[in-house]
Design a protein around this ligand. Sequence first.
Ligand code: SAM
Ligand code: DTB
Ligand code: SF4
Length: 359
Amino acid sequence: MRHNWTREEILEIYNKPLMELLYEAATVHREFHDPNTVQVSTLLSIKTGGCPEDCGYCPQAARYHTDIEGNDLMRVSHVKAQALRAKAAGSSRVCMGAAWRNVKDGEEFDQVLEMVRTINKLDMEVCCTLGMITENQAQRLAEAGLYAYNHNLDTSEDYYKDVISTRAFQDRLDTIGNVRKTNVTVCSGGIIGMGEKVEDRAGMLVALATLDPQPESVPINALVAVEGTPMEDIEPISIWEMVRMVATTRIVMPQTQVRLSAGRTQMSREGQAMCFFAGANSIFAGDKLLTTPNPDVNEDMEMFKLLGLNPQAPFVKKAQPETVEAADSKHLPKGEKPKWSRPGHTIPRNEEAKAKAKA
Ligand code: SAM
Ligand code: DTB
Ligand code: SF4
């Protein structure tokens, strides 16, 4: 396993003649994974909208005017019902997303811990994506039975400054570092098609591939351009860019689960098949991502049948974590006030979208 990839090396891979790139990626893929098995995750937005951050791609940022329905924290009983539905539809993992900048100790986080316990007891892998977290909060999630924590780098450190002004790239790395101090696996990837250069895609892959250990899973999202966000007018990327990104990710992170994430509604079956050949071995299933549409589950299952793919069982890569009940917890809330950064520089397109929303 190499942890010293450079941007130049990664760019060279990304820009190879396509047939060379596909062959190399598929060869690496077969060495480490069963090419006919694809892991299926279901997303659940447990707290939607009203987010204080200014992420230029995100329909859930309160400052932009988008057409989404915001919601308070979901009830544990509702989460359990949704998880059971996902399990019946073939998912082995539930990923719960909250439109938070960071986790705060208190009743809502206690509820999330209860959701984690509940889903782990259904024998499904549980993932959370709740924004920035401290080591103590990561430990508490681990104790509840969390399998993975998702926290995307989203793009290169350079381009990050053109996308988000309310936190810095280093905050993301720090949260990933906090998760790494526990038994919880790391899920971290990003978005392509936000107007970044190919060099930025390579830069993001350097940041991920040089983590030691590398993330256990890497979601590759294509931007879903949502009306009202600063990126509403960005044209969708072509399938060839997605295939190149997936193949390059596979080559530099051979053991990682590479997830075809947002943007699949715009991909044909042929396009997705090429991504699976290039090393993608995970998808988000269910007709909704967090707030935007995703292909219908039945259509996905038809695609699996057509391609001879099988959904992966839970806990094949790593044993199921144990759940410690709240009453037996060894990690009590510390009531910390972590100093996550707030660079606050001006990003013109974010300011424009904010002004438009105000007007
Ligand atoms: N608030 C938490 C955070 O930002 O870490 C967790 C939820 S956030 C919605 C999770 C991820 O969704 C983001 O890091 C980003 O990669 C992805 N995402 C959000 N909006 C997207 C969009 N319009 N297109 C593609 N991916 C998007
Ligand atoms: C990830 O990388 N993509 C997922 C999940 N991790 C949390 C989210 C995609 C969100 C797409 C836009 C939306 O539906 O709001
Ligand atoms: Fe908030 Fe996460 Fe959306 Fe950024 S990506 S605005 S932090 S929900």
